[in-house]
Write a protein that binds this ligand. Structure first.
Ligand code: NAD
Length: 356
């Protein structure tokens, strides 16, 4: 069996790094890589020992399993041989016709974002790996724009108060953002609808903002559930009070398969201090801030709005390494004696296989 890795076309990452390629070869598979595929993450073709470096078309023609982080565009699906297994983040919750399209082309697909968020599958969880990087980078992006220090400074030229950071959504990205902002010396407040998040927020030295009456569902696999309008209204009021004093707001609140809740409406942004910064990691699913423009950085009413859900791609080397490790842990589950064995009795495999 041959595993092919294609270069990302809208990203600096690469799905498989050299150290992981060696471990895959040791499982008895053959491997090929699109020429210069790892170059933007700092990995030269010569680093991939034992891996054939070919042009893109040849990788597509020769591979039984094709790996990319972002799915291939539909025009690249025609011409792939029947039964090729594609491994990517297909996001079927947001692109509901994706499985049908793939089946139409006779292809099978594993969607890495569909791997269950269970203890057993933790080492394969690309969403967590990338969200943690995004949370860290969000704070750095905010600090770079902010016309102020993050930490308190006492100098001969005077004292500087610490910046105030408000984090909305304390999941994987939010917790990493809190930890990073705390390390930089900011005062941090955070909010989440899941009560389990409270203890984690407090343990990182941040304050937890309470809004009574959030709906939770223990059967939702750890994910938040959609809140009713009454709750969201009270939440927006609470956010507004804090936003007026905040220097930075980092928003990460998502509800799986739904549009992200609006937590920072336009009038809240208009009440914020000039020069303050909002980093909206939920930008690609509609944004937590009403004036976010996905993929854009601009100033609204004196406030910098950074709408970016792909901040992990801005740290391509470590992001690729973690991504590749997650893939390796998944592939170990489905490679047996150098061949593919997709065991649909296995919960991880059947959840991730979107074309079964
Ligand atoms: P996510 O990206 O889906 O959402 C980010 C955060 O936004 C979540 O914490 C969510 O509760 C919160 N949120 C949603 N609506 C909100 C609102 N109106 N106001 C404020 N916050 C809101 O979540 P995630 O970071 O991917 O993590 C989801 C869950 O999965 C968490 O419980 C996490 O602990 C769990 N998890 C488990 C594992 C594992 O066991 N393998 C791995 C990763 C994550």
């Amino acid at each position: 069996m041959k595993i092919g890795v294609l270069a990302e076309q809208q990203d600096k990452r690469i799905a498989i790094v050299p150290a992981v390629a060696s471990k895959l070869l040791a499982l008895g598979v053959e491997m090929c890589l699109e020429k210069d595929g790892g170059i933007q993450s700092g990995f030269a073709d010569s680093d991939y020992e034992g891996v054939e470096c070919l042009d893109r078309q040849m990788v597509k023609d020769q591979s039984d399993v094709l790996i990319t982080i972002h799915p291939l565009p539909e025009e690249e699906l025609t011409g792939l041989s029947n039964d090729t297994l594609l491994i990517s983040e297909f996001k079927p919750f947001f692109h509901q016709d994706v499985a049908e399209k793939l089946k139409k082309h006779g292809l099978r697909a594993i969607s890495m974002d569909m791997i269950p968020r269970t203890t057993l599958a933790q080492s394969m969880d690309v969403l967590s790996s990338m969200a943690a990087i995004a949370g860290y980078k969000a704070v750095l992006a905010a600090a770079a724009r902010l016309p102020r220090y993050f930490p308190m400074m006492i100098t001969a030229a005077g004292s500087i108060k610490p910046s105030k950071v408000l984090v909305l959504g304390a999941g994987v990205a939010g917790l990493q953002a809190i930890a990073t902002a705390r390390r930089l010396g900011a005062q941090v407040e955070a909010f989440d609808t899941r009560s389990a998040a409270k203890e984690e927020v407090l343990s990182l030295g941040a304050k937890f903002v309470e809004v009574e009456g959030a709906k939770e569902d223990t059967g939702a696999g750890g994910y938040a559930v959609e809140q009713d309008e009454d709750f969201l209204k009270r939440q927006r009021e609470e956010v507004q009070k804090r936003a007026m004093n905040a220097d930075v707001i980092i928003t990460t609140a998502q509800v799986r398969g739904r549009k992200a809740p609006v937590l920072v409406p336009t009038d809240t942004v208009e009440k914020m201090k000039d020069g303050s910064v909002i980093v909206d990691l939920a930008a690609s699913t509609g944004g937590n801030c009403e004036v976010t423009r996905n993929g854009e950085v601009y100033q609204y009413h004196g406030v910098w709005i950074i709408g970016d859900s792909d901040l992990a791609a801005d740290m391509p080397q470590d992001a690729s390494t973690l991504y590749a490790n997650n893939l390796l842990n998944f592939l170990k589950l489905v490679i047996e004696d150098g061949d593919l064995n997709l065991d649909m009795e296995n919960e991880i495999v059947s959840s991730a296989c979107i074309t079964k």
